[in-house]
Design a protein around this ligand. Structure first.
Ligand code: BG6
Length: 471
């Protein structure tokens, strides 16, 4: 039988699927403080403190889709589908409930050991994100999260615990999900609130620096503990196109691309780009970069670059007469050449070829597409079917594009874990109604539903596709 190498699979994140927020000794995390509804965006952007959310708010992470108590059934469904990889994240506060403990929570470790055991039983490769929008509340209380250098040691301790426990079982690690999300939603990305009087840019770049040093230290530790494993950066990717050939628009797009690639420049090349250092100086921003940090960053660059791709972005210098409502945290303006999802996100399969080439041209490290999919309002029919032909079309176009990019442009891709293996809580809106899954979960935006799992048409389509894939 042919041994397949390409890691076709699906992805989720602890905070969006697990629920059981107080079971197994788990502590609270930043995500448990993000309510559904009108205050979510302000809290996510770090503009409103979570403690100001009026009482009675609904917090979707508390139960999510209760993967914690259903993982065996869920993983079996992924195995039946023929998935070869499953990307998931570990909830930091299940392992270190406040983040501050010296010893890990054994029950938390046992849970993930069991999840990984289930996956390996079905020959599904676990791809593990160490922190997917996830910081224990104890670390927010003690240090204001990534505003403090002390977080580096906390993260290193946590990562080492995982490496030691799952050595030989997990071959692919990712340090931080969408590390550049900190620019757009610092509370979601890094549990940071920017207080009045603080320089937003200074706070964000300092926190990003500490995360990148922590990521490099984790890389160092993994190489000591499990030299056969690989560790990657993860970027919310999508090129910024110039709105027109007006050089002002081209320059605007270039700046936005540089700000995005900034993170990979540091994590993959091991150095700060010059434009950034000059910008910090010009703006009088102090970023706490020590010589020791610089050495750590230089000596411990990532093995591969993972990324999410949902849409390209478009930049325009003068936005007065165009639509800026892109529906996406990455900003920009609406691209008139593209169709859009129900949430206004651009749909641009060719943009995947463009971004894969952009990343490969810059870094020449293997790529891993760890998120791509379509959020849509699915309808559960009376016969318990979900006819999501729009999702099938979206996935097919993106898969055709990635295959072409590998074949014609020679861009190496380790795998593709689509978003999301199963319906889950949306990160931006906190709603269940924005569904990405191949498996439908019966639950609505207000938390009502039986939680039963139902295969969508896209599940059957992906299953047939995987059975016929020759890579
Ligand atoms: C990425 C995240 O930003 O996009 C996921 O890594 C998220 O956590 C996904 O769910 C889709 O975004 P949303 O806001 O539609 O859930």
């Amino acid at each position: 039988m042919k041994k397949h190498k390409f890691l076709w699979g699906g992805a989720t994140a602890a905070n969006q699927v697990e629920g059981a927020y107080q079971e197994g000794g788990r502590g609270l995390s930043n995500i448990d403080l993000l309510p559904y509804g009108e205050y979510r965006l302000a809290v996510a952007q770090g503009k409103m403190h979570y403690s100001e959310v009026p009482e009675g708010a609904y917090y979707p992470s508390y139960e999510a889709i209760d993967f914690y108590n259903n993982y065996k059934e869920d993983i079996r469904m992924l195995a039946d589908l023929g998935m070869r990889a499953y990307r998931f994240s570990i909830s930091w506060s299940r392992i270190y409930p406040t983040g501050l403990e010296n010893k890990p929570n054994e029950e938390g470790l046992r849970f993930y050991e069991s999840v990984i055991g289930e996956l390996l039983k079905y020959n599904i490769e676990p791809i593990v994100t160490i922190s997917h929008f996830d910081v224990p509340k104890g670390l927010m209380d003690a240090f204001e999260s990534w505003k403090s250098r002390k977080m580096i040691a906390m993260y290193e301790k946590y990562a080492m615990t995982l490496f030691e426990r799952f050595k030989g079982k997990v071959k692919y690690w990712i340090t931080f999900n969408e590390i550049n999300m900190i620019l757009h939603k610092p509370f979601t990305g890094a549990a940071i609130t920017v207080s009045e009087g603080e320089d937003r840019e200074e706070v964000i770049y300092n926190a990003a620096h500490y995360e990148m040093v922590a990521s490099a230290l984790a890389t160092k530790r993994l190489r000591e503990i499990d030299p056969d494993a690989k560790i990657g950066a993860m970027l919310a990717a999508g090129d910024y196109y110039p709105y027109s050939s007006n050089p002002e628009d081209v320059r605007e797009a270039q700046k936005a691309n540089q700000e995005t690639f900034f993170f990979l420049d540091v994590q993959s090349r091991g150095e700060y780009p010059r434009w950034a250092l000059n910008r910090f100086k010009k703006r009088g921003i102090h970023v706490d970069i020590t010589v020791e940090d610089q050495n750590i960053l230089k000596e411990n660059t990532v093995d591969y670059i993972s990324f999410s791709y949902y849409a390209s972005r478009t930049s325009k210098a003068d936005t007065t007469d165009v639509d800026t409502n892109t529906g996406n945290a990455a900003g920009g303006v609406v691209n008139p050449y593209l169709e859009r999802s129900e949430w206004g996100w651009m749909i641009d399969p060719l943009g995947l070829r463009i971004v894969m080439n952009s990343i490969w041209d810059r870094y020449q490290k293997p790529l891993f597409l760890v998120e791509n999919g379509l959020g849509a309002r699915d309808i559960l029919e009376e016969d318990e079917r979900v006819h999501d032909e729009y999702r099938i079309a979206y996935l097919k176009e993106h898969i055709d594009t990635l295959l072409l990019t590998m074949k014609e442009d020679g861009v190496p891709l380790l795998g593709f874990t689509m978003w999301s293996a199963i319906d889950l809580v949306s990160s931006s809106g906190g709603e269940m109604g924005k569904r990405y899954g191949l498996i439908y979960v019966d639950k609505d935006n207000n938390g009502k539903g039986t939680l039963r799992r139902i295969k969508k048409d896209s599940y059957e389509w992906f299953k047939a596709f995987l059975a016929s894939s020759d890579i």
